[in-house]
Design a protein around this ligand. Sequence first.
Ligand code: ADP
Ligand code: MG
Length: 366
Amino acid sequence: MAKLELKNLNKTYTSKIVPVKDVSLTVDNDEFLTLLGPSGCGKSTVLRMIAGLEEPTRGQIKIGDVDVTYKPAGDRNIAMVFQSYALYPHMTVYENLASGLKLRKVPPTEIKQRVAEVAEVLGLAELMNRKPGQMSGGQRQRVAVGRALVRNANVYLLDEPLSNLDALLRERVRADLKQIFADQKVPVVYVTHDQTEAMTLSTKVALLNDGYVQQLDPPELIYNHPANLFVAGFVGSPQMNLLTLPCKGRYAILGNFQVPLPNIPTVPPQIVLGIRPENVRVAQPGDTQTIQGQVYLVENLGMHYLVSVRVESSQTEAIIVRALLPTDQNWSSKNITLTLPSEDIHWFDVQSGHALVRRQMLGARG
Ligand code: ADP
Ligand code: MG
């Protein structure tokens, strides 16, 4: 049982199409890593290079101590689940699950046993004689995962396996996947553009954009300590408020209000203040750091209202702060005072986009 290592991977299709510029990461044998990023950012390309379906232009792929960069796909013992299920329509569930093992000349008694085990885990035991056309999307997806699981592979790769399912089913199969891989003993790499899947399933998330890993961290750190503006804006729904503000003295100027800057060596002319809508509160008596404004839009999200507030300002450009507020009040058109708790504020450099304050927790991480 061995870890998977990607070193300085690059994939150049043409001088204009370079989806993977420089990607390095490690997935240990008890880790579930998600490659998260917008459509077209190179996630599948990375996965296909790991699987051996695509040759890297530069870089190295290792499984344990073995360099597999140029090994044929069939020699890597990697199991992959595709978005499209890739089941054989004319075969029963049993035959679909067994076919990969038959090809590998696994003895029939062992095939039977492994298929039975996996069918049990995936709740497919009752469906063994059905064909894909006689099953629901969720059941088919389970068979596709089962085809990978029977393999005893060295590495599991899953490419957007839930994206063909409707929302409810996606939630159920997502929970199933979490249980199935709960005590896995080999590296798992899961590709998705869906941040909820990344947050719920992974032990580690690699957020990809522009050919590079923007941040590689456990989901909690990705969410609570985004390393740059891209991460801050991509992860979290509703999206984090990101306000570009002028600085004056030790303050950022937010409309008619002043927000104390963090401890940074030099004060730049401008700075980006980030705060998640769920961290913005209605001010209570005694709160410092409050801003006033007027509600101009209320969106009902069921559990909360997403309230957009135009902050009081003598400048012409409107500053909008969005807050998740309780549904027991009617916020429409009201004047409102909000609190931006300083411990929930993220600060970013306008030019580089980098987070300006490395939290102690991050420093202690080694
Ligand atoms: P993702 O999985 O993140 O949505 P992909 O890895 O599939 O993205 O694709 C990344 C980029 O590389 C896209 O712009 C895509 O059009 C391009 N691409 C993928 N495969 C090829 C190919 N064989 N030839 C040229 N360009 C490709
Ligand atoms: Mg893809």
